[in-house]
Design a protein around this ligand. Structure first.
Ligand code: I3S
Length: 129
């Protein structure tokens, strides 16, 4: 079989460990359940993996051979600071069109800022498509 590299043309815009909780599913509020996740931003998707890839962060789609825990379509998504939604620092809030909402958090301010920029760029690109 072809390596996974060739199966998917989407370049990874950013990947890394973040603390994540889903706070709504289809517009229904959920109880927070913060946990670490390996997050990959690629194409029109934000993909969550339970663990980072076994090798160094790669420039291709996700860790080969591992299944994402979940994935969301960022088309039309809203991105905002999550300040009012958490007592944690450096929090981003994403709401997708179907009403799934996530908080992303890092203890490193620069890291969360970089995620904010990368997510904003992807969402703006999708808005123009
Ligand atoms: O928005 P909330 O309800 O204050 O969020 C906190 C709670 O979900 C809490 O869990 P329980 O109330 O289920 O025990 C979590 O442990 C906290 O982490 C949540 O707040 P932060 O500020 O960490 O997002």
């Amino acid at each position: 079989p072809l390596p996974q590299v060739l199966d998917d043309p989407h370049e990874v815009e950013r990947s890394g460990m973040l603390n994540v909780t889903k706070i709504a599913q289809g517009g229904r509020k959920l109880r927070k359940n913060w946990g670490p996740s390996w997050v990959v931003l690629a194409g029109n998707s934000l993909v969550f993996y339970r663990e980072p890839p076994p090798t160094a962060p790669c420039t291709v789609w996700g860790p080969a051979g591992s299944r994402p825990e979940s994935s969301v379509d960022l088309r039309g998504a809203a991105l905002a600071h999550g300040r009012q939604l958490s007592s944690r620092r450096n929090v981003l809030h994403i709401r997708t069109v179907p009403g799934h909402e996530f908080l992303l958090q890092s203890d490193h301010e620069a890291e969360l800022r970089a995620w904010h920029r990368a997510l904003r760029a992807v969402i703006e690109r999708l808005d123009r498509e």
